[in-house]
Design a protein around this ligand. Sequence first.
Ligand code: PGA
Length: 235
Amino acid sequence: MIIAANLKTNLTRKQTRLYVNELETYIKQNNIKQDILVFPATSSLDIHSGKVVLGAQNAYPTQNGAFTGEIGLDQLEEFLIKTVLIGHSERRHVLGESQDELVKKFNYYKDLGFKIIYCVGEPLEKREAGKEEMMKYIASQYEGIDTSYENLIIAYEPVWAIGTGLTPTLEDIELIHTDLKEKSHAPLLYGGSVKVTNAKEVLELKNVDGILVGSAALYSEHFCTMIQFAQDISQ
Ligand code: PGA
């Protein structure tokens, strides 16, 4: 299974190093065989060798250049980063990234062979508009995306569930994941208010290949508990 932590704009470089080292210790001591991804703040990116794979939360589709506030391939290569998150709901809805911009990023990093975690998910008004509207909206987030890309992982994250403590029912998650699996056979993660108290049930669902965790992943003990759930379920 794939267990991913999105640290967003949290933890300093020093705290992140400590955090990743704590994960490595746990992984080693408990012989964890799952894929563990961590997306630290840009300033905490670093060369890391171990079981944990570090990825960028965002990157601009360029080697380098005049793109104030962004990072490009040169900056990722400095730290041997080969994994990138694209289309997170905060990039789409808070920072206003369009589908066209996301497709450009996707194609650029796909051509370089990056592992891409591509996020999709509906805002509350689309969910409340009914299943058909909601699935139409999510389908629009697949437009222009090569769903058969071999290094693709998709994360389904309902916007209204992110950081709110709200989640769809387990039945809903399973139904939506089953629908989304028809669009792509890529591993499919669930994200949105996953925590120690619900991670196990979510991981046990059919067509859930892992989780993408924000707030609850900030504590290494909590994140390690979730890693352990995945390990136990996979055995
Ligand atoms: P959350 O965030 O776990 O805090 O809801 C998930 C995410 O944004 O990926």
